[in-house]
Design a protein around this ligand. Structure first.
Ligand SMILES: [Fe+2]
Ligand SMILES: [Fe+2]
Length: 461
């Protein structure tokens, strides 16, 4: 007949062999009256680097902990709670590196409290801990990177709501990141500007295409304007579905200003030449400035951005600078020009192009000027370009130039008037001039009751 003790041993053996097959460690430990292992399975011996179970049984449970403080904490909890679940601890490993274990155990006491035992299981979680540490390290690295970047970084959900921002972003709005969470660009920027940002986010969400290095001029809450370059990319979940966007915005105001200053210097020196032309040829006095005013108004109506309009205005200011090289007696000749004289006048576009091209402008100013006498049907000059080959800037310049020229006196004719100028562009919409641009121009003229608004307005550059 088997004793209760031997029955318990049999049960443990049975459980131990199952646990060994599953790679789980089992142990029974006597806490009092004398601390000792009553039983352990082979897997526990193996993960702690022992040859056999008996070698562990010579140790105390406490001695297995790498750090005595951890052992104290374990015993404090189990004595108080009678149970521990997935208690993580670093154990010594016989002759090798340490091993991370998760202990799940319970404490039993005899009725007289003289005998206390701990029974439980142990799992080797070293690999899991290594992954966890690596993940924590990478998370910290990522956070460090985010917090030390001198750029605004933000993450938005599929409703374009911010859910995480970096320190630079939150410092910029003087608001803690947790308060920013849930807000949208409409909470920080003027409505029109926020709408553009919203549309860009929606584009990235819907198409999965990134927006790389978009240059934007933004109005900040403190009323100042800055120039930024923004990149937005889609955020995907594990299944590859787009669940949000990530953006990074870099302030390039200083660089932008530097570029503008450089450009302004080049343009100013060219404008000096333009003024010389005006002095030489009083009939064209103010022509380029007035063309610039008309071109600006058309471009605004077309919805062009601020930067493109600025570039267009500079092109308008300089579009006839090549005339400085045309003999004055031809420019100011009353009456009809001979074929040769006409050819010489027409050369002003090429001469202008040759003057501007070496400056390497970061936008198509030389080309816009080169094309301002081209017509959609190919009957313009100097290259007889047609249709889409004529860039939009040149098409705006063509309309603005004609409108201004026809409403002003010339040596060879009196001013023709705004109605005739409007008729010229209306009759030739789609053949000589861009149809959409003509419609926009006629709309503007109508809004101004066919008064030449370019005569009253001061240019802004
Ligand atoms: Fe011209
Ligand atoms: Fe002109």
């Amino acid at each position: 007949m088997k004793t209760s003790n031997s029955k318990t041993k049999d049960r443990f053996r049975l459980e131990a062999s199952t646990a060994d097959r599953l790679g789980i460690c089992l142990f029974r430990y006597q806490l009092s009256p004398k601390e000792r292992f009553l039983a352990v399975n082979r897997t526990l011996a193996k993960i702690l680097g022992y040859e056999c179970e008996k070698e562990i049984q010579a140790c105390t449970f406490k001695s297995l902990f790498k750090n005595p403080e951890d052992a104290k904490e374990f015993f404090r909890i189990i004595k108080k709670e009678k149970i521990v679940r997935f208690h993580e601890a670093l154990f010594k490993r016989n002759g090798k590196e340490e091993v991370w274990v998760a202990i799940t155990a319970h404490l039993t006491s005899s009725s007289d409290k003289k005998t206390q035992r701990i029974e439980g299981i142990l799992e080797d979680i070293t690999k899991h801990k290594e992954l966890e540490e690596r993940f924590a390290f990478e998370k910290e690295l990522f956070q460090n990177l985010l917090d030390n970047l001198p750029d605004a970084v933000y993450f938005k959900d599929d409703k374009n709501r911010l859910f995480r921002v970096n320190r630079f972003y939150s410092d910029g709005f003087k608001m803690p990141p947790e308060e920013i969470s849930g807000k949208t660009d409409f909470d920080f920027f003027p409505k029109q500007q926020a709408q553009k940002m919203f549309d860009d986010d929606t584009y990235v969400l819907k198409t999965g295409n990134p927006i790389i290095g978009k240059i934007e001029r933004t109005l900040l809450p403190n009323g100042t304007r800055n120039c930024v370059t923004t990149t937005k990319i889609p955020l995907q979940n594990k299944k590859g579905l787009i669940v949000g966007t990530m953006g990074i915005t870099r302030d390039i105001t200083a660089y932008d200003q530097l570029e503008k200053n450089r450009l302004n210097m080049a343009v100013t020196s060219l404008k000096v030449l333009d003024r010389v032309l005006e002095i030489r040829d009083p009939y064209t006095f103010g022509h380029t400035r007035r063309v610039s005013i008309i071109a600006e108004r058309i471009a605004q109506e077309l919805g062009w951005d601020e930067n493109r309009i600025f570039e267009l205005k500079m092109s308008a200011e300089l579009h006839d600078i090549g005339k400085i090289l045309i003999p004055l007696e031809i420019l100011n000749k009353p009456g009809k020009l001979s074929d040769l004289e006409l050819k010489l006048v027409q050369e002003h576009v090429e001469k202008c192009y040759d003057m501007l091209k070496p400056h390497g402008f970061p936008f198509p100013m030389p080309e816009a000027i080169y094309q301002h006498h081209e017509r959609l049907d190919g009957n313009g000059y100097p290259r007889g370009l047609s249709g889409e080959k004529i860039i939009p800037e040149a098409r705006v310049l063509a309309i603005s130039d004609v409108l201004e020229a026809m409403t002003f006196h010339r040596p060879y004719r009196a001013a023709l008037g705004i109605k005739k100028a409007a008729k010229e562009i209306r009759d030739n919409a789609g053949s000589k001039y861009d149809k959409e641009m003509v419609n926009v121009t006629l709309k503007i003229l109508g809004e101004n009751n066919y008064n030449a608004f370019w005569l009253k307005q001061e240019p802004s550059i």
